[in-house]
Design a protein around this ligand. Structure first.
Ligand code: FAD
Length: 282
């Protein structure tokens, strides 16, 4: 049987935040040895366009872990895309996670790359050997007209050169497996890694759920109700919930698990302590 992948996601510190905090995050993740760490790309007006590449370089060179750079398309022109790809190459990235990115108020898209698949096509032309990852949505993207459109567009993105998919966060594994089944029927046959976000506080979950439209199942809703105002209790319950989700995913044959660390190494380590034995060849 295959060994599922286990990967982590970190994000660059805020522009006005302490630069060294990314080292605290990466130091705190030492010993986990994930298959790769991915580094997000900021779309905001004040986002530093070099931050992702710089952190990728650190992860690769100083921590010796394979690294995947996120890149969002809709505010890029071709020259900026080339610059980003060049920086990623210098940083030694294993792959680029090509995304459209969310709309930012007051920023006009360049119109060069309207969808992630446009960026995938461009990267494939410019860097034929670079591995390209893409995002997907077990509960359908909030902009989508429905599951049929969603899968049609996802198939286009895969056919354009995407070799691996990572899902948006979800809290009910049945939603994930239903989506994987539909994707396979639609002829999407690349590995699909399950994106898991540990619940660490009630406000954060409610914010994320509003942004991405994820459904809160009744078990999680009960946890939020009971321990939402108790930071230690909700964190502990969140670690258990994510660990249980991961155990179930692996036992049902998931291709991989991508943990959104939210730059919280302690939570990540506690989850890893619960599930590390599950990521062995069997
Ligand atoms: P797309 O694949 O382009 O899809 C977006 C929507 O457009 C979907 O509804 C799709 O069905 C539709 N669509 C696609 N093609 C067409 C077409 N040809 N015609 C009509 N409709 C079409 N955001 C960041 O800013 N930075 C990050 O680092 C980041 N990392 C992420 C990592 C993961 C794993 C995930 C799941 C999301 C991440 N996001 C990030 C958020 C992401 O940018 C948003 O969800 C964004 O709204 C969609 O990006 P996408 O690449 O999935 O878009």
């Amino acid at each position: 049987m295959h060994k599922p992948q286990f990967s982590l996601e970190v994000f660059p510190p805020r522009r006005n935040g302490p630069v060294g905090s990314i080292y605290d995050t990466l130091d705190g993740l030492q010993g986990i040895n994930p298959d790769f760490i991915s580094v997000t790309y900021g779309t905001g007006k004040t986002a530093d366009r070099t931050a992702t590449a710089r952190i990728c370089h650190t992860v690769r060179q100083e921590y010796n872990i394979p690294v995947v750079a996120h890149l969002t398309a809709q505010y890029l022109d071709k020259q900026q895309a080339d610059e980003a790809l060049d920086m990623f190459k210098q940083a030694g990235v294993s792959a680029v996670l090509a995304l459209r990115g969310d709309a930012v108020e007051g920023r006009e898209p360049t119109g060069v790359f309207k969808y992630a698949s446009d960026l995938v096509r461009y990267i494939r032309e410019q860097c034929p050997d670079l591995k390209i990852f893409g995002a997907c949505y077990p509960e359908v993207h909030p902009n989508s007209a429905g599951v049929v459109d969603e899968l049609r567009h996802l198939k286009t993105k895969v056919d354009a050169g995407t070799s691996n998919l990572i899902t948006q966060l979800f809290f009910d594994n049945d939603d994930f497996f239903r989506f994987v089944e539909q994707a396979r029927i639609a002829g999407i046959d690349v590995p699909i890694e399950a994106g898991i976000m540990p619940v660490t506080n009630a406000a954060q979950v409610r914010r994320m759920v509003t942004m991405c439209g994820a459904r809160i199942p009744k078990e999680l809703s009960a946890m939020l109700e009971r321990w939402g105002d108790d930071p230690d209790a909700i964190r502990q319950a969140g670690v258990l919930y994510a660990s249980q989700q991961i155990a179930d995913l692996v036992s049902r044959g998931v291709d991989g698990v991508h943990l959104y660390t939210m730059n919280h190494p302690c939570t990540t380590r506690r989850i890893w302590a619960n599930v590390s034995a599950l990521f062995k060849e069997v």
